[in-house]
Write a protein that binds this ligand. Structure first.
Ligand SMILES: NC(=O)C1=CN([C@@H]2O[C@H](COP(=O)(O)OP(=O)(O)OC[C@H]3O[C@@H](n4cnc5c(N)ncnc54)[C@H](OP(=O)(O)O)[C@@H]3O)[C@@H](O)[C@H]2O)[C@@H](O)CC1
Ligand SMILES: [K+]
Length: 505
């Protein structure tokens, strides 16, 4: 799915009105009816709802929804924020319709008016501002937002929590943004919803399809995408009936050191469960028994060192290389990695964990990286590769620059993992859960990415698909357990179900 800046969404909105064609008041009616469906599905018949209405079309949506709900629910109050400059045309039409219906109390709130009582048991519907917000809230809007946030009531935001910008919130006033429990957003998640600093504002967000015109969506260019089932499925390659293991590549994983052999085992499992034909895992001597006992499907390549990686095997027979899980950053290991990179191998590569920490210490290696390279930092590792940042928005910009400037696919791990590609595109992942914040989860991902690279997926395809499958497998694992108890090994165990679900979807 494409993701757009709010200004672009307004353009698609306009395109829909012109080309469907549909009048703007009817498009608003369609949007409002999706809100109403959601609310009726979740509210008890005696639920008291308080609508806060702003001057633009976000307010218009709120007024239309209040009218539709007033036929079904008895306790609806509407407060209109009076900024002294009137309302948009469609909002005005909906105000007249609500007045004519005559089932709802409508009160104007100006700067001097006392704030209405909101009980913790009430539901507040926030229709103050949406995609048309142009600056941080001050004065009356900020006062109303603070009053709502302090109420303890459930808050449902229409389209965007009022006060939150769709993209860049670096200059925003965080005290003057609605803290919603649920955000019902139209057609597309907004880019700011995918950044960690905005989670307290959006709460749980849900996308409501309002049928914006597919041609308008298709013609609007954007660097941002959301990897949903459809995208991931389109990347998945078929396995032919007469295929044999030679068709699915031979991966080399360089992983493990004294005390960190688990990382090598987990990454090996992730790799083998992602469809690779053959896997050789290169480990220090001490890891030989551990590896062979815990994962007999992997072949072992043994380092000359007892304790750590120092020297790669002959690389000629491998289709892709993964390096990093449990590697450690000792000098000898660093020298080993450097020698390997200096071979100027043209094999696809994935670098994780201590591989990234070594790269951060030796930025001159960047120019030695092969063309199809994936780096998989979490925010801390990314800060070491670049520099610390203030917020997720800045990190996203930096990730896009880093991927473009260095010709690497950068997998910035976290909720909605962002994959920045050398072509300037950025793909947010839709699967996964907080249970994945657990030891070894990243090692499993490295294994999956390596397995996909070895099978001939490009670095970009492998990253988008691999991150999606990793998250989906973890989602299945959590369905049987809990976030707290999720082990990285549970992710590998559910990879089969993730592949199968994607194929059948
Ligand atoms: N796109 C779609 O597909 C569809 C969109 N729909 C809905 O429309 C919404 C977008 O509507 P919108 O463009 O009218 O913007 P919205 O946020 O309601 O208000 C703008 C008003 O606020 C004002 N204003 C701005 N900032 C301010 C501030 N800090 N403090 C004070 N005032 C401020 C601004 O005036 P300004 O002073 O900036 O000139 C203007 O008067 C969208 O979120 C969705 O809910 C659906 O109905 C149908 C399909
Ligand atoms: K809103």
């Amino acid at each position: 799915m494409k993701l757009f800046a709010t200004s672009q969404i307004a353009g698609i909105d306009k395109y829909t009105i012109e080309h469907e064609p549909i009048s703007d008041i009817d498009l608003m009616e369609r949007a409002a009816s999706t809100l109403v469906d959601w609310i009726l599905h979740h509210a008890e018949p005696d639920q008291h709802l308080i609508f806060f209405v702003g001057p633009g079309n976000n307010g218009g949506d709120a007024l239309a929804a209040a009218r539709m709900l007033a036929w079904a629910l008895s306790g609806i109050d509407v407060y209109i924020m009076d900024l002294g400059k009137g309302m948009s045309e469609s909002a005005n039409t909906n105000l007249e319709r609500l007045q004519q219906q005559n089932r709802t109390q409508i009160v104007y709130l100006n700067a001097d008016a006392p704030m209405p009582e909101i009980k913790p048991s009430d539901w507040v519907v926030d229709g103050l501002f949406g995609a048309g917000l142009s600056r941080p809230l001050k004065g009356l809007p900020a006062k109303i937002v603070k009053h709502i946030n302090a109420s303890g009531a459930q808050v449902i935001a229409i389209d965007i929590p009022s006060g939150l910008m769709g993209e860049d919130n670096r200059q925003n006033d965080r005290d003057s943004i609605i803290r919603a429990d649920v955000t019902l957003t139209f057609q597309f998640p907004k880019i700011s919803f995918l950044l960690p600093e905005n989670d307290p504002f959006t709460g749980h967000w849900i996308v409501l399809d309002i049928g914006l015109h597919p041609d308008g969506i298709g013609q609007t260019e954007t660097p941002f995408f959301y990897t949903d089932h459809q995208v991931a499925k389109s990347l998945l390659k078929d396995r032919r009936t007469f295929a044999h293991k030679g068709n699915f590549g031979h991966a080399l994983l360089i992983a493990g050191s004294y005390g960190k052999m688990g990382a090598a085992v987990l990454a090996s499992r992730g790799c083998l469960r992602s469809g690779v034909g053959l896997l050789t895992t290169h480990v220090p001597r001490l890891g030989y028994n551990i590896l062979q006992n815990s994962i007999p499907e992997a072949m072992a390549s043994i380092d000359q060192s007892d304790l750590m990686f120092t020297q790669n095997p002959d690389l000629a027979s491998f289709d892709a290389i993964g390096i990093g899980p449990g590697l450690d950053t000792k000098c000898n290991t660093g020298r080993g990695v450097q020698r390997m990179l200096e071979e100027e191998l043209k094999k696809p590569m994935v670098i994780d964990a201590d591989g990234l920490n070594l790269l951060a210490k030796n930025p001159e290696w960047l120019k030695l990286l092969p063309p199809e390279t994936i780096l998989t930092p979490h925010p801390g590792e990314f800060a070491r590769l670049t520099h610390p940042v203030e917020c997720g928005y800045e990190r996203l910009q930096l990730a896009k620059e880093y991927a473009r400037d260095n010709g690497v696919v950068l997998v910035l791990k976290g909720a909605y993992t962002a994959i920045a590609c050398p072509d300037g595109t950025c793909w947010f992942n839709s699967t996964g859960n907080p249970g994945m914040a657990t030891a070894g989860s990243g090692d499993v991902l490295t294994g999956i990415l390596l397995g996909l690279l070895a099978q001939g997926y490009t670095a970009k395809e492998a990253a988008i698909l691999g991150v999606f499958l990793h998250g989906l497998a973890a989602d299945f694992a959590v369905e049987e357990g809990s976030h707290e108890a999720l082990l990285a090994g549970d992710i590998t165990q559910h990879l089969g179900l993730a592949f199968a679900t994607l194929k059948d979807s």
